[in-house]
Ligand binder design. Sequence first.
Ligand code: THU
Length: 136
Amino acid sequence: MPALTSIQLRNLTTAARKAAGKAYAPYSKFRVGAAVLTGTGRIFVGCNVENASYGLCNCAERTAIFNAVAAGQKVLRAIVVYTPTSTPTPPCGACRQVISEFGPDARIICTCDSPKVIDASLGELLPHAFGTEDMQ
Ligand code: THU
């Protein structure tokens, strides 16, 4: 997969930051935005969407990925996560597994309001991921 260009990275970061503004997080008050870059170069965004039944909360990363898949985009090249915090927020385990389904080689970049960044591959964040090949 081609490396991310600086323009793509900037566009993803801007989109993730904007998406965080749409977060529905009345319970945690923790706003998260995500933007994914698909195999065709398109960007899809998501925010966390919470629910009074807490277990039904959906993370920003999964919202963005499901948004991409609903548009027929099933190859994830990269995902940028933004939180308005002083340290970056890495994707939770469930989101790592969902990223793995569509982007086993995806790059994951977590940004925040300080220069601190997490920049890792899915393989680094979820080694030995469970996948379709494990179900033979
Ligand atoms: N959350 C995300 O959206 N992404 C993450 O990477 C971590 C957690 C959300 C879920 C919930 O709405 C809130 O943050 C607190 O866990």
